[in-house]
Each structure stands twice: as C-alpha cells, then as structure tokens.
Design a protein around this ligand. Structure first.
Ligand code: SF4
Length: 1003
C-alpha cells in the first residue's frame, strides 16, 4: 500500500487539522486502521527497519527504487509487537527520508556570521578535529587540586544521543572517554535517568522488567505518569488485548487523557504526588496482608523480598524525624547513609525475623513509615476523590494473589520530578508486596520515549557510568585494584549469587576491547587512560559549566538541547558563549541555529558552528534496543540525501583524524587516543563494531557465546558485557526474525527467537521469582519458567540464573544483582541519596505545604546557582508538560514533516473551564503563560480534561502544554521549557519538568 496524504489522514482517524482535534481521536484509530489493506507478508526486495521514534520498537518495511529512493514505508505485518500497524508518526516515516528540508550539505557558520556556508567533509572533519585538539590540549588536567591523577578535560562537552544505533552510541562513549571528556551526557538524563537509579536500587537492574507483548498477560494495568494510548500507541495495543480478556485498566493522571478514556478507573492526581498516592496503597496492602494473608503470596514476600531482614537499630525514618531519615546533614544537603544497612550475624549474613514482627525488620519499618499515609491525608495531598481512591486500592491489591498479576506502566509524568527516583521506588515497593515482579503480566514497565534510549543508556553515553553500567572511576580510585575494591560487592551469604562479583571480568574485557594489545596486566590494562570524574557532570551541571565558561566546545549529535533543556532560555544563551559547537542532525535544529533565534543579533555571537548532515534510521544499518530490552537489527533500506553520512562514519572519521593529528603533532596525554582500537574498515563496517561490543575469546579469535565466558586475565574482550551473546559464532542475534516458540513460550508471547534481548536473551527478568520453592510456577496458567525435575533443568524463558529451585542444594535467591539476592523494599547500602524507602515531598515549586511532614521538598536535591524559584503569590497555578502522538520530543523529527504538522501545527495550552472562566480566557484565543523563568505565547484550549483540585480545602488549578515546539521547522512556537525550572532529582538531576508554578492570562 502506497500511502498518500489522504490515506495518512484517514489512517490517523480524522480529516481536519489543528488543536481542536486534540483528544478527539481514540487510540483505536492507530491500532486497528493500519492492517486493513496492508499485505500479510513482506514482499521480496523490500528491507526491514525499526521505527525511529518511540521506544516501542515497531517493525517497518521500506521499499525503494533503483535510485535508492524510498518509495513506500509501512508497518511490518510479521513483527510481533506492532503486527503491521503504525501510529501517526510511524505512518509518516517516509517524510523523514523524502524531505526537502533535510540537511544534505556540510554547513559551517563562522564566528559572528549571519549565514551558513557550504564546506566539504574533509575540511569539516579536519577543522572539528583541530578544534577538539586545541581545546583539549589547552585545558588538559593531569592531576586535580588534591594531587590525584584525573587525566581529563572539562573544557569539552558531549551531549547526545538516544536516537543513534547501539554501535554508534558505543563509539560515542569510547571516543569521548579517549578524549578525556567528563561532561558526557545524552537525552536519557532528561527522560529516564531516575528509572535506572530506582529500578537498580530496587531489583538490581535499571530497566523495564518485562516487555510489550507481555502486558497482554496482566490482570490489572496501572498507567501512571504516562499517556500510553497517545505516546506509545502500539504498546497500548497490548493493554487493550489484556482488557479483552478481562483485565482492569487504571489511569492515574492530572488530566483526563486518551488513556483515561479507555480506563475502568480514572483517578485524578495532582502532578508530583505519586509517592503519596502509592504510599496510601502500600498502607492499604500492608493492613490487608495482616488481616487476610491468604490473599497474598506470603512465600514471595518472605523469601524473595527483604521484608524479613533486620535493619540497623540506629536507623530512623520519617515517622520519627519529621520527614527525614537518620543521618541528614542540612549544611551539606546530604545524608550519612551508614545506618541504612542490615544487621549482620557473626558470619556476615543479614539477620531475619520470619515472623515479620521485629520492630527493626523491613516490614515493620515500612508499616511504621506508611501508617501516616491514611486515605484522608493522601487524598488531601493528591486531590483524588476518596471513593475513586479506595476503588483503586481494592482493585490493585486483588492482584496480590499468587495466580494474579498487575503491571505498572509509567513514563515522564513520573520520571521528571525532584523526587522522581523515589516515586519509582514506591511503585517497586508496591509490586514487591504484591509479588508482581518476575511474573508474566507483572513488572514495572518504563515506557521509553526515544527509539534507542535503552541502548544508549546501556552503552552509557553518560558521565557516571561505563558500558554495561560499570562505574566511572573517581580520583580516589587510584589504580585498578582500588577501583575494583570500591565497586565489587562481597558477601558470605551462600544464598546470594552476588552477580557483581564478576565486575573485574567486565571492566578488564572492556579495556581490552578499547585498548587492545596496549592493555596488559602490567599496566593495569590501561586503566589510567580512563578519565577520572569527581562531582556532578550531568545535564544541568553541563549547562552551568557552559554558562560559566568552563566548557568551551560542545559536540551534540542527535540531541536538540535548545528545546529540551530545562529553563531553556538560559541554555540557549549559554550556547552563544561556546568557542565551537558541532551538531550532527537530519535537520537545521534550534541548537544548530541558536544564533538565528528570535531576539538575538548573530553579529554578536562568536560561536563557530558545524552542522554535519546525518543519515536517518532507514538510511543506515545497525541495532537499537527498545523499551523491553529487545535489540533489533535494522538495515540500510534507502539512500540518505546529498552528503549525509551515518553517525558511525562521522565518529570514525573523527577518531582517525584525531589519531593522525596526535601522531604528527603530539599534544597532551596522547596515549588514550593513539592506542584506541578503531579497525572497522573504510567505510566502517557496523558488523565489526557489533562484534567488538559482543566480545571475543582473544586466544581463539572466536566470538563469545555469553558473558559467563568473560575472564579477568586479559584473554577476553567485550565492549559491553551486557551485550555479550548478541553477536556470536551463530550469527547476528539481533537480526533474527523467527517467530517460533514452544507451547509454554507461546502461551505468554515470549518470542525468544525474534531479535535478541539482554541479558542473555532473557525476556522477563527476575523470572525465578515467578516460581515457588520447588520451581513450580505460582500461576501455572501463565508460567514464565518451570523446573523439570527429571531433566533437572528450567523450561520456558531463560532463567534468571541457572541454579536449581530454592528447596534444593546449591540454589541462589532470584534477584541475582542485589547483594543479598532479594528484592528491595528497603534499599540498603546507600543506593539512593534521599532515602532507603520512598517518602512524599512536594515539588520544588508547589502551591501547598507538605501535609505529611515539615520537610517541604526533597532534602537532598542540589540547588544550582542559576536556579530561580517562583513565588506562589505570583504564580499560583501548577503547570505540567507532555507529549503528543503527532510530535516527538524536541520536535525536529516531526516539526519538519508536513503531514504531522498539518495535524498538530501550533503551540497550545490546556486550561480547565473553571480557570478559563476565572481568567476570562476563551477557547482558541492566544494567552500568555508565565513562570519565574520566562513567558510564552500559546493558543488556549479550554477543556474538561483538566478540572481544579481540592488540596486540603484549597482550590488549586493545573494546566498542561506540549513541549515539542521551537523556532525552527515547519511548525514554530514558543518552547514550554522556557518556563521549566533547572532543578533535578536528588539522585540523577533529571529536571522537574512535570510540576512547576506559573500564571496564565489572556493576551
Ligand atoms: S512512534 Fe512508537 S508506537 Fe508509533 S510506530 Fe513508532 S515505535 Fe511504533
């Protein structure tokens, strides 16, 4: 089927454009429309790719002509997730590749110029490399002020990307580290960094526990902080499938969304009050467990969580300390976390109380803390009506039975708050109490917003971690021995797998992949080449460092920070101060064209800007990892325009040029550059990079089958241990398209032979928690794994650890990545900076006082120098931001596509009828929205989707607006992030985009 504009509009369920459409389209318009006349099989000669937008990872077929031009793009009917359907963005994909607005030349903007000039690739690569070298050499630090070796430069920043392929993200990390860059970030910091921190602290791994198809197995789905029907439409298809079998859908949101319109229960909740909302549910479940233990999976709670474990008697919680935990230092805004630990017996094993009665056991500490979260208090905080709230508690708690499961789906409505990690922790605690982790239809499913945000996070284009979530060394990790002692956990508990005991194998294999024969035991495997990082170098810190002149040059591939950053006017002005800026993109983005933005004079901006034309996803080959951890291979289906090149080509050209310059001219600390492995051919062969990521047995030269084969003696290499098994001697696992399954696998839709899933193709992580102590599934109708006693092996999914069931000798507990093997209701060891259990705090800007304690805001957040706080008397209205189905993130990938722009052409703000009446605002007229950071203009959409909240007797209004707009592209408008505050979560500094104060008035 060749899609025309008319077909496209029909597919998207409407024929009129504009904001008046908002909310009128049901999600089913995306779900069922596509297959009508799409053939059931991929046709010969066509190639497959994966959609470049959200993290659902829909399969796509591209047809092209003899000139390499795409002639048609449609959903892949064989793909198990989307089964041929696409949402409006996916359906418009052909306009990404066939688009006259694409950047097809290498562009250069000289300092103080008001125009781009066309230059050659050779010239640009040479000039960019020389800029990097000059800035690096002039700002190289061998030792810090304390005399500690750091081997880094703070003068160059790297910002991107979550949309490039895994192999490209891996080379970004590798190259940036070889340059000694400390300000290394990408968009995952801004969307899901709190997910990684919270889920890691709870279960051991920071990723979505299940996968999209598995949602069909749920008995109850709670979607909170996400409008999945609009933003992950093809994932929502699996919610509908579950509902068709009787599952209940609960939508918790400040706004009545498309998701709410399909829900059995819609619970209105003020932005930023998730911990209060879930905290009341935790209290409900604890009391119900005590009254009706037969309705809960007590084996799971007692054996698989740390509910029975005893905590240090010096530990005190918010019930005793007015909202704080023991160890708080107000001067430092930080905790001494030494009391947040287990009591150990004389063998060093955590003590337990199987009766759950000891006042220091985790269960009792949880009960004490959440006793304060009674229904009246919770509803006074959240603004939810009591009858609806009790219905939510009752419906969700019913999934505590061993043969029931419920899942939580969330997105940036949760992740972008000052206590976001603790919000996600509250989901984790609830799910552990209900035995919902590791089971089919259960889990915590983080809906990722970008196509490869999971993969780019796994490859750690982030300052604080190395590929596979290894830690970036700090200056006190003076050598490899000190580094390993710091980060390798030990335990004497025979029931704990303590998987991170293998840390040395993973870091040494990484160093072998990066530095080859140079990395040998006698030089600590070139450990000294890794830059040492002290302190916060995350996105907000990077923006401050640019503002303060510390960072002088910025490399920004595939990230439009001039729209996506918090308090973005400040960030845009910061770009003016850079000596040079390199942007790789498909479009002329706001970041590349910051010197053209309204109200500035280019002749006063001295930044030298390079705009390097990048290939789009369907124009290059490589893998990407969707939200459900599926690594999927996409092929080069058509040509890119003009001089466009893949990011893989661009980064390898830069590596080669840097090597050439340092070889010819010398410079500061050249060894990490000169010795960096970069033997991928010319042009670079993406398969060679994928194989390097997987890793080799260096003695035989063979690809390794699994990370269990990695060694600590330098005889193996692996660029990312987590992806070891993704490209083996059996072939490219991510490219597999085999839908066959065993009956047990087919029953829950595991699809183990389709693509590849980390770790080791395990589709549902922590799955050994889905069985009883003898290895029998708690829910035999939806078995994930089961122990076959005669064959003495697990069947079904790849077991999370191959040990036998808990009743047998030599077993291990199911949460193999935590130090003691159990799921963490209480996050020990100081895993999080602001508390071992979640506690409610108000957003940084809030119209009300915290009703639960005298601690108003998260006490461990960093207060940045440039932060401005809005006064409630001037800005009394709560504001939030969100996404639209027709646009995507910072907008450059959708605001340049005519079909999508026709559907959603301009900036708007949703205002309740009550607020509109108070302010004299009419539907469709222009209004001004103002916060302490700035003001924007938007079209008012007066709607019933928002209604005022009653918060402890006070009437509180909330408004909402999309954040995709900017000053470039076909659809232009003010960016919502001109209003948002540059303050972040205590653990990850993800900005608080989702709750801030503002005022709105007619223009
Ligand atoms: S945007 Fe997401 S849901 Fe829509 S087609 Fe692409 S991957 Fe699928």
């Amino acid at each position: 089927m060749k899609l025309t504009r008319r077909d496209f509009l029909k597919l998207c369920g409407g024929t009129t454009a504009g904001v008046a459409l908002l909310g009128m389209l049901g999600p089913e318009s995306f779900l069922e429309a596509a297959p009508i006349d799409i053939p059931l099989r991929k046709r010969i000669g066509e190639k497959t790719t994966i959609c470049c937008y959200c993290g659902v990872g829909c399969g796509v077929i591209v047809a092209s002509d003899e000139n390499g031009k795409a002639t048609n793009i449609e959903g892949d009917p064989d793909h198990p997730i989307n089964q041929g359907a696409l949402c409006s963005k996916g359906a418009a994909l052909i306009q990404v590749t066939n688009n006259e607005r694409r950047v097809d030349k290498v562009l250069y903007r000289a300092p103080y110029s008001s125009d781009w000039e066309e230059v050659s690739w050779d010239w640009a690569i040479d000039k960019v490399a020389r800029n990097i070298k000059k800035t690096r050499d002039e700002n190289w630090t061998y030792k810090d002020g304390k005399g500690r070796v750091v081997n880094h430069t703070e003068a160059i920043g790297w910002d991107g990307s979550a949309i490039v392929n895994n192999e490209e993200a891996y080379l970004f990390t590798k190259f940036a580290r070889s340059l000694g860059i400390t300000y290394l970030e990408h968009c995952a910091r801004l969307c899901h960094s709190s997910t990684v921190a919270a889920l890691g602290a709870s279960f051991g791994r920071g990723a979505m526990t299940n996968h999209w198809i598995d949602i069909k197995n749920s008995n109850c789905i709670m979607i909170i902080g996400s409008n999945a029907a609009e933003n992950h439409p093809l994932a929502f298809k699996w919610v509908i499938k579950a509902m068709e079998k009787g599952a209940k859908l609960i939508s918790v949101d400040p706004r009545f969304t498309r998701t709410s319109s399909r829900a059995d229960i819609y619970a209105k909740m003020r932005s930023g009050t998730d911990v209060a909302f879930i905290g009341g549910m935790i209290k409900y479940v604890i009391e119900d467990i005590e009254k009706h233990p037969q309705n809960y999976n007590m084996t799971y709670i007692e054996e698989y969580t740390n509910a029975t474990l005893l905590i240090d008697p010096n530990f005190k919680g918010p019930a005793d300390l007015d909202g704080l935990f023991s160890g708080y230092d107000a001067g430092k805004r930080a905790y001494d976390r030494s009391s947040w630990v287990y009591q150990l017996d004389d063998k060093g094993i955590p003590k337990r109380d199987l009766s759950l009665k000891d006042p220091n056991c985790v269960f009792q500490l949880l009960k004490k803390q959440f006793a304060r979260y009674d229904v009246d208090t919770v509803c006074s905080i959240t603004g939810t009506s009591k009858d609806v709230y009790l219905k939510v508690c009752e419906t969700y708690a019913a999934t505590g039975k061993p043969d029931k499961s419920a899942t939580i789906i969330y997105a940036m409505g949760t992740t972008q708050h000052t206590n976001a990690a603790q919000m996600i922790r509250s989901y984790s605690v609830l799910q552990l109490l209900l035995g919902n982790i590791g089971v089919a239809g259960g889990g915590i499913n983080a809906a990722r917003g970008q196509s490869n945000v999971q993969g780019s996070t796994d490859h750690c284009v982030l300052y604080h971690i190395l590929p596979g979530y290894l830690k970036t060394p700090n200056p006190d990790d003076v050598d490899l021995k000190a580094y390993l002692e710091h980060y390798t956990p030990t335990t004497s508990d025979p029931l704990s797998a303590n998987w991170w005991q293998n840390y040395d194998k993973y870091i040494i294999s990484l160093l072998k992949a990066w530095y080859g024969d140079t990395a040998v035991a006698s030089n600590d495997f070139a450990y000294e080449y890794l830059p040492k990082v002290d302190g916060d170098h995350s996105h907000i810190a990077l923006a401050e460092a640019i503002e303060n002149g510390v960072v002088k040059g910025l490399i920004s591939p595939g990230h439009n920070t001039a729209v996506s950053g918090p308090n973005v006017s400040l960030e845009r002005a910061g770009l003016d101060k850079l000596d040079w800026l390199v942007v790789c993109d498909l479009w002329e983005t706001e970041t590349a064209a910051h010197w053209k933005r309204p109200g500035v004079d280019p002749s006063r901006i001295g930044t030298e800007v390079f705009l390097l034309p990048a290939k789009a996803s369907m124009e290059k080959e490589g893998s990407l990892t969707n939200s459900g951890r599926w690594s999927q291979w996409r092929y080069e289906c058509c040509d890119g325009p003009g001089m466009a090149r893949s990011d893989l080509w661009i980064v390898t050209e830069l590596i080669k040029k840097m090597k050439e310059l340092y070889d010819m001219e010398g410079g500061e600390y050249p060894a990490p550059i000169l010795n960096l492995t970069c033997d991928y051919g010319d042009p670079p062969d993406v398969h060679k990079v994928a194989k390097e990521i997987n890793g080799y047995d260096l003695e035989t030269g063979e690809l390794l089958p699994s990370f269990t084969k990695l060694k600590n003696d330098g005889t193996t290499s692996s660029g990312n241990w987590l992806y070891c098994a993704s490209y083996t001697e059996d072939g490219n696992m991510a490219a597999r398209r085999d839908p066959t399954q065993t009956p047990e696998q087919a029953n829950i839709g595991l699809y183990p032979n389709w693509a590849w899933c980390w770790p080791v193709n395990r589709r549902i992580i922590y799955n050994r928690a889905s069985v009883d102590l003898d290895g029998n599934p708690f829910n035999p109708d939806k078995s994930v794994i089961s122990w076959h006693p005669l064959r003495e092996q697990w069947e079904g999914d790849v077991p999370d650890g191959g040990w036998p069931p808990m009743s047998q000798e030599g077993t291990r507990l199911p949460f193999i990545m935590t130090s003691e093997g159990r799921g963490h209701i209480f996050a020990t060891g100081g895993a999080l900076k602001d508390g071992p259990m979640p506690e409610h705090y108000e957003p940084w800007e809030s119209p009300v006082d915290n009703l639960l304690s005298g601690t108003q805001n998260d006490p461990a957040v960093t207060i940045w120098k440039s932060l401005v706080k809005g006064d409630v008397s001037k800005y009394p209205i709560v504001a939030t931001t969100y996404r639209l189905s027709e646009h995507w993130n910072a907008g450059q990938m959708t605001r340049n596509l005519p079909w999508l722009v026709e559907l959603m052409p301009e900036m708007f703000v949703e205002v309740s009828e009550e607020l509109a009446a108070e302010k004299g605002i009419k539907n469709g007229e222009k209004v001004i929205v103002e916060s302490a950071r700035g003001k924007i203009e938007a079209v008012a959409v007066v709607t019933k989707r928002f209604t005022p909240f009653s918060i402890n007797g006070k009437r509180v209004h909330q408004i909402g607006m999309p954040w995709h707009l900017g000053y470039m592209g076909l659809a232009k408008g003010d960016s919502a992030n001109m209003l948002t505050p540059n303050i972040g979560d205590a653990n990850t500094t993800i900005p608080e985009y989702k709750a801030f104060l503002c005022d709105v008035k007619a223009k």
